[in-house]
Write a protein that binds this ligand. Structure first.
Ligand code: CA
Length: 237
């Protein structure tokens, strides 16, 4: 079995380095983010099996990071760390979607047991098979892990933002997504990016993937509301 990959979001260097050291000693692979913004960046780039999330962070705090995680992955286990023990904060964390919490200072052994237990529980309902490498629609075959796509016009390399937009569309197939939701998903929270940039990206996706970019089937404009991705009919296996 491969090593579970844990995202540790903690801004205090000495706590972070201690937790990284001990988690790695237990055989986990650990990626450390010291700010909420970085955590969200990492979450888009790689799959994780667990997030250990400090509540108090500079910039985007743990509550907001947790909300963002839940928007995109309802099942990714989140263990929240809080320096505060008041019920209010605990309830806020849990209602933002954290699965469990520990109040600092905590016992290291208890922390490691909690991590182990959460990973075991989540593996019960996570499919054991590797996630599907390719996403297919129309004449296109997309590999988001490698940023490559086969289209009717040949192979193309996707940019980071194209890949993020596609992932968001695929995860929300058939749903109407507002421009601000799409901007947030591809460019991060509080984007300074103008909506026109997003519209340009949609034009580009249509050029890549639509048979007739001027009358799109897959990347549809929903007037006044945003965009919607329709997978459409696919050939039988
Ligand atoms: Ca902190």
């Amino acid at each position: 079995m491969s090593q579970p990959h844990i995202l540790l979001v903690e801004d205090e260097p000495h706590i972070a380095s201690g937790l990284v050291y001990n988690l790695e000693a237990e055989g986990y692979r650990v990626t450390h983010a010291n700010r909420g913004e970085n955590a969200l960046e990492f979450l888009w780039q790689e799959p994780f099996e667990l997030v250990v999330l400090d509540l108090m962070l500079p910039g985007i705090d743990g509550i907001e990071v947790c909300r963002q995680i839940r928007k995109h992955d309802p099942k990714l286990p989140v263990l929240m760390l809080t320096a505060r023990s008041e019920d209010k904060d605990r309830i806020e964390g849990l209602s933002a979607g954290a699965d469990d919490y520990l109040t600092k200072p905590f016992n290291l052994d208890e922390f490691l047991l909690r991590v182990k237990g959460m990973l075991q529980r989540s593996s019960w309902y996570r499919p054991q098979a590797a996630p599907e490498k390719y996403y297919r629609f129309g004449d296109n075959e997309i590999n988001l892990q490698e940023y490559r796509a086969q289209t009717r016009n040949g192979e193309i390399t996707l940019t980071e933002h194209e890949a993020r937009l596609l992932r968001t569309f695929f995860q929300h197939e058939g749903e109407i997504l507002s421009r601000s939701e799409l901007l947030e998903a591809a460019w991060g929270v509080n984007p300074n990016t103008e909506t026109r940039t997003l519209d340009n990206f949609i034009v580009r996706l249509r050029k890549y993937f639509e048979e007739k970019p001027s009358s799109p089937v897959h990347f549809q404009t929903v007037r006044g509301r945003g965009y919607r991705f329709i997978k459409g009919e696919t050939e039988t296996e």
